[in-house]
Design a binder for this molecule. Sequence first.
Ligand code: FDA
Length: 309
Amino acid sequence: MGRVLLFRKAILSVTGSRLVKGFVTTYGMRLGAGRFVAAESLENTVDKVKELNARGLAVTLDYLGESVDSREMAAEAAEVVLQTLDAIHAHRLDANVSVKLTQLGLLLDEGYCIELMDRIVGRARELGNFIRIDMEDSSVTEVTLQIYERLRERHGGEHVGVVIQSYLYRTARDRKRLEKLDANLRIVKGAYSEPADIAFPDKRQVDKQYIALAEEHMRSGCYTAIATHDRKIIERLKKVKRTHSGKPVRCEYQMLYGIAEDLQDELLKDGYKVRVYTPFGEQWYAYFTRRIAERPANLFFVMRGMLGR
Ligand code: FDA
């Protein structure tokens, strides 16, 4: 197993401990979470989105949270997502919304989760907006794709999209299945700790499959959101300009809030559409630890925060 994957496994296992979680959430944004999370309230997040829009960046807003314990928590999360769609409309922001199905009760009651998603995608359709369903760990990959398929049957493909992860062996097949629906896909490498019998243990293979998936989806004519900070991959995909039938490709680049801002600006300058995944809310712990697990250097931000600098 590569060093990067070992580091990820180690960090995700340490941060899973209750003690570490208690410490980090108590010292909150001071530990450096503010670098990756826009704000805790929707109101302050709207101001951050205005700043990003003023720089020319589109946004996808993510109300933080996952794997809720009760229907009430799922309903509360759905309510915030609906309020977020309304705020985007009221403030005329260039933004859509990303959601996690486990935050909307997928693991408690699938039917209820679908009901909530139906309301959310319905509201996005009314407002001319778009919902991206984030992809979580491999235990929910299949059900996430099925719910996506169901929602687009009901609301059409213009208002809902999903994510595929290049580290999973199954993803090439999934992409083909989704191409038949002309699915709007965000392509990512994958952020969870997965075993070698279902995910590539070697990062080079993850990167290779990423390029193959993105190139094929772009050439097929489907809308593709290239979500990575990997400069080499971006340079390679910039060369893909035409679909198999000779039309211009339809794509955008996506990056996480607070990461690779120089690369975001370069792409903007070259005329590409760039969207920043902007998380907000109080439940930032799991998201924050995944960002640390991806990159050892991010630990320095945490340590600087601990030292109060
Ligand atoms: P890689 O990890 O190879 O990094 C390439 C370079 O990017 C690094 O060398 C470094 O310079 C920079 N970099 C990467 N991560 C960094 C970090 N945390 N801090 C600072 N620099 C960093 N995953 C998932 O499983 N489901 C999902 O729905 C999503 N959604 C999503 C949306 C968007 C817009 C993005 C950009 C990413 C996701 N992800 C995700 C996360 C994704 O799976 C992946 O973990 C991260 O994007 C990191 O991988 P890179 O593609 O950037 O490459």
